[in-house]
Write a new protein. Sequence first.
Length: 367
Amino acid sequence: MLSPREAVRTLPSYHPPLAGRDGLRLDFNENTAGCSPRVLERLRRLGPEDLARYPEREPVEGAVANFLGIQPPELLLTNGVDEAIHLLCETYLEPGDEALIVVPTYSMYRIYMMAAGAQVIGVPASKNFAFPAAAVIHAITPRTRLIAIANPNNPTGAIAPPEELVKLARCAPNAALLVDEAYFEFCGQTLLGELREIPNLFVARTFSKAYGLAGLRIGVLAGDPEQMRAIRRVSSPYNVNAVALACLPEAIDDQAYIQQYVSEVLESRARLESVLDAGGIQFWPSRANFVLAHVGLTGADSAAFVERMRRHGILVRDRSSDHGCEGCVRITLGPREHADRLLAALRETCEELGIPLGSSKQGASRA
Ligand SMILES: Cc1ncc(COP(=O)(O)O)c(C=O)c1O
């Protein structure tokens, strides 16, 4: 009888709760305002000819390289960062190799690493989810071939200092270090400038978050040209579809749109953090477009909180099953009017669940 590889048979399945997402979707860190109008205009101009042809990645890679200030051989456009992670696993991991992640973190690292037959070592984050630099370095062995770090991290919003990531890359010269900058636009910190100095470093970016193009599935993987040649060999030549390739140049050209959107999200994040702070709800200050908050303290567990918020028209994500996140929910921020709706629902939910929002003094709850 046909049977999948052992690594696949034992793989946990990851089912993001995508069904029935009615309401304001603050549960997947998506852009809730939508993409640049220039992208929509480009979509309207697509014709049958655009769809009939196999997509040509190179010209758009040239434009993206120019935008990022690197050379085309240093990057590959991918079907979202997810594909970039998958390609790194396919390129560097043999069955039995070790792959390092910091937990909690983005779920797909573990899945693709395990699918490649690697042994995944989850290094617990430090106190308050700080990046455990020394522990990650300590966990490196001669079998370590891939290290994946989301920076800022999801779901915690914590950021690792660039010098610690550089040190990590240098401590593991035989491993690929992926620094996943999916939330770069909300923090402005990048390791792109280090690529030429560190041949085992890779940086990933996505257009799913700030750019509002999660449905188009487009991201970037950047690294040393020689390493990128190997990764390109593993990738399909048509991994990014023609619609995404047509729209991307418009999206990156409209930086005024991105700046406006990001500045509203940062304002919303500050508003949410200050309401949580004043209400004595523990949260972890975030450098991304979401905040992780601990709502289970008062007996109202996180599932009940998520359900109440849903009844008030706001979807947020229960992260209780993530390592060290019992009782926590992750709340995505959007532009001003979405923050208004979020904060109104938050007040009502807290009132219904007996969480005394607004009663304790400022500064009580920052973790
Ligand atoms: C850290 C991180 N990396 C990658 C992704 C997925 O990005 P993409 O939509 O480009 O596959 C996410 C999505 O939530 C994420 O949080």
